[in-house]
Design a protein. Structure first.
Length: 202
């Protein structure tokens, strides 16, 4: 086989290849497009279902009792609980709110707190309650605010936002509120108002 024959054969093969490409080009382009689309969708699915982005634990209709030396101290109730252990600052979230009841050694209720949203920070042993926060102590005094912090390590409750306390004979409001954790003793650093209510004996 001489050089010219070889070149003719190559031209013939090139012509056949070119003809086949022209006939099948649309099909090849379509397959390539589908493969790219599938790859992109797969990456989106991977990103959406990334296990690292999912919370460690979640529960619905959750209830927990906390005890100290076999004596029940707290009861927690929530419609939904989500534990975020993979965050830089791990926390437990209560997106539908929470109700916490505190007891004394004889199982008498000493305080009761509810809110429409709450977080618990494990490392700090600290609660943050938001949105329509209501706390009631053993005397029946009722606290209302939109934000409240319960620091269990320090044994106190506080808020830098507006707080209103409704008692049997008066209503007190202000900011920079602080209390012990059973809400039996409290103070306002910035008292806004105090209104006395006339109580009629039956």
């Amino acid at each position: 086989m001489n050089f010219r024959t070889s070149m003719n054969n190559q031209r013939l093969l090139l012509g056949i290849t070119r003809s086949l490409w022209m006939k099948n080009a649309p099909l090849i382009i379509l397959i390539g497009f589908l493969l790219c689309s599938c790859a992109n969708d797969f990456e989106k699915i991977k990103k959406f279902t990334n296990i690292e982005n999912l919370p460690a634990v979640s529960a619905e209709g959750y209830e927990m009792l906390s005890s100290d030396s076999t004596i029940i101290r707290f009861k927690l109730q929530t419609p939904e609980m989500i534990v975020h252990d993979d965050e830089k600052v791990p926390y437990t979230e209560f997106p539908q709110g929470v109700a916490i009841t505190q007891y004394d050694g004889r199982m008498n209720i000493t305080s009761f707190i509810t809110s429409r949203y709450a977080k618990y920070f494990t490392a700090d042993d600290r609660w943050e309650a938001k949105n329509n926060v209501i706390a009631v102590n053993q005397k029946g005094d009722t606290l209302k605010t939109e934000y409240l912090v319960w620091d269990q390590k320090k044994g106190k409750i506080y808020s830098d936002q507006f707080v209103q306390i409704i008692q049997k004979d008066q209503i007190t409001s202000g900011t920079s509120f602080e209390s012990n954790q059973d809400f039996s003793e409290y103070t306002f650093k910035n008292l806004k108002g105090q209104m006395y209510i006339e109580v009629q004996d039956k």
